[in-house]
Design a protein around this ligand. Structure first.
Ligand SMILES: [Zn+2]
Length: 252
């Protein structure tokens, strides 16, 4: 498969997963939330394998062909020459512990990292699109990179059943069902933090959305429709900006 012939959407083929991970990586880089490090992965359904970029390739330049197929022990099965990211165990150990998770992102989002540096300040739900994290966002207290299997296991334990985990003085892990969903969730996670920061600039007595209010709004929300709409929007933006070749048919 060449860079211009990513497969049509609608299946969970390896080619489609590679293309979605590559597109998601480029788009999140375009949106300024991935930067020079940070990584997105997608699980291969039914197998102890995942797709992820190499350790060193620019997040702005990944292609479906350069995405690695890696097993949960870190062995590279397919893809361009190169090693997976040094913090691969974040992905493998979360997938092992959470069969419901189909995609993982780890990044070093400045706002998410900064809030871990303030005692007693937790992320409040200011935007109803952030309702996914209303049950709570745990934090891993240990400072440092997550490189050993034991580190990865401790991270997955800290995450528990949540869909987000803050890493103190380090960054963030989000979990979703697919690579398109992880893009949508990452955008909303940052938007919620921006809204909270802006609200706090007007005064300390902020008014988060209550659980009852979230439940009422949620009755009318269709997550799969929302993911399709936002993913297709950002794919279109990426094409207009020249960051996604038109031949990458990753629209949902
Ligand atoms: Zn990291």
């Amino acid at each position: 498969m060449s860079a211009g012939t990513a497969p049509a959407s609608g299946s969970n083929s390896g080619e489609l997963l590679r293309a979605q991970v590559a597109a998601c990586t480029r788009l999140l880089n375009m949106l300024g939330v991935l930067h020079y490090s940070g990584h997105v992965s997608a699980r291969v359904p039914g197998k102890d394998q995942l797709y992820i970029q190499t350790r060193t390739e620019s997040r702005a330049e990944v292609t479906p062909e350069s995405i690695l197929l890696v097993d949960f022990d870190g062995n590279v099965l397919e893809g361009a020459p190169g090693k997976p990211p040094s913090e691969l165990v974040i992905h493998t150990e979360v997938y092992r512990k959470r069969p419901d998770v189909g995609a993982v992102i780890h990044n070093h989002m400045p706002l998410a990292t900064a809030i871990t540096m303030v005692r007693g300040r937790k992320i409040e739900i200011m935007d109803f699109h952030a309702s996914r994290w209303a049950a709570g966002i745990p934090m891993m207290e240990e400072v440092g990179h997550i490189k050993s299997k034991a580190d990865g296991e401790a991270l997955a334990k800290s995450l528990g059943d949540a869909n987000a985990l803050l890493l103190r003085a380090h960054g963030l892990v989000l979990t979703s069902e697919t690579a398109p969903a992880i893009l949508v969730d990452t955008v909303h996670f940052e938007d919620n933090l921006k809204a909270m920061k802006e609200a706090l600039s007007f005064g300390d007595d902020i008014r988060p959305i209550t659980k009852e209010e979230l439940a009422r709004v949620g009755e009318y929300e269709d997550r799969s429709h929302h993911i399709r709409k936002m993913w297709n929007y950002y794919v279109g933006e990426g094409r207009k900006a020249g960051l996604l070749p038109v031949g990458w048919d990753v629209r949902l």
